[in-house]
Write a protein that binds this ligand. Structure first.
Ligand code: ADP
Length: 261
């Protein structure tokens, strides 16, 4: 009797061990797949600007250097390519830290109105190149104090306003508004009247490296990580991010924050 019981227990333990191992292997396989996909995406993103920079440098070495005007123009373009590489590497660093949970939120009290104004100051030049007007509608003129990670929320606002400029129409408008919600929350909205996004893309927009325009050839191209970073930061605060968009009409991205009374 007791031998049978022991055998049954042993069999169960062996089965459980095998099941655990199988799960472990599955998890490792998924991680490996994820790592491979990530590395594939990274090298793909780096390739375009690297080849651009190489192209200009080779042309200069091939003789274009002798012409003073061309030399300056090509060096400026090569520098732009390097600048783009730096942006991509910075975004990669940020998304890796956010995804591995290697980043702590540094929470403090700050004025979100001031953050929006800072972002406008930073991006005004960029907007003016497309003659896009940045407007700020705040129901209250005074400060709106929130409790969050100042630097990261500034990055969220920067990425969203930057996108509204990149995908905005010439002579368009980007409007930021801040509004009270119930339960001590505020909602920050970034609205543009740009190209808008087709419904079929919306659910995937926050994925790393997802782009509506796959060609990557567009001059506006970023790292494809902007919205993934935004989502991580907002959800890391236990807050919500929303998107509403109509193709050909415009888009509105919004997120909530905890308000200080
Ligand atoms: P990137 O701008 O570097 O391509 P993002 O993650 O910031 O990467 O955005 C992903 C994609 O979402 C963009 O390539 C673009 O197709 C689309 N998108 C983002 N913001 C807007 C916007 N305001 N209007 C239209 N399309 C947008």
């Amino acid at each position: 009797q007791s031998i049978t019981t022991d055998m049954a227990t042993l069999t169960k333990e062996v089965q459980k061990f095998a099941k655990d191992k199988k799960l472990e292997i599955e998890t490792l396989k998924i991680r490996e797949e994820y790592r491979r996909e990530f590395l594939g995406n990274v090298s793909h993103e780096l390739k375009t600007p690297l080849f651009t920079v190489q192209g200009y440098l080779l042309t200069l070495l091939d003789g274009a250097m002798d012409d003073k005007n061309i030399r300056k123009k090509y060096l400026q373009r090569a520098e732009k390519g390097v600048e783009r590489l730096i942006y991509i590497v910075k975004d990669l660093d940020m998304i890796t830290k956010l995804e591995t949970g290697d980043i702590n939120l540094e929470l403090s009290e700050f004025d979100i109105v001031e953050v929006v104004q800072n972002v406008f100051d930073l991006l005004e030049m960029r907007a003016s190149k497309k003659n896009i007007t940045l407007t700020f509608d705040v129901k209250y003129k005074q400060k709106v104090l929130v409790f969050a990670d100042h630097e990261k929320i500034q990055q969220v606002v920067t990425n969203l306003v930057m996108n509204s400029i990149k995908y905005g129409k010439e002579n368009g408008t980007t409007e930021v508004s801040i509004e009270d919600l119930v339960n001590n929350k505020v909602i920050v909205r970034i609205t543009d009247n740009g190209e808008g996004i087709e419904k079929k893309h919306i659910s995937r927009l926050f994925e790393r490296f997802y782009r509506v325009d796959k060609s990557g050839a567009r001059s506006e191209g970023g790292s494809g990580l902007g919205l993934a970073i935004v989502k991580h930061i907002v959800e890391g605060h236990d807050e919500k991010i929303y998107i509403e968009s109509e193709y050909g009409v415009g888009s509105e991205f919004s997120f909530t924050l905890e308000k200080i009374k």
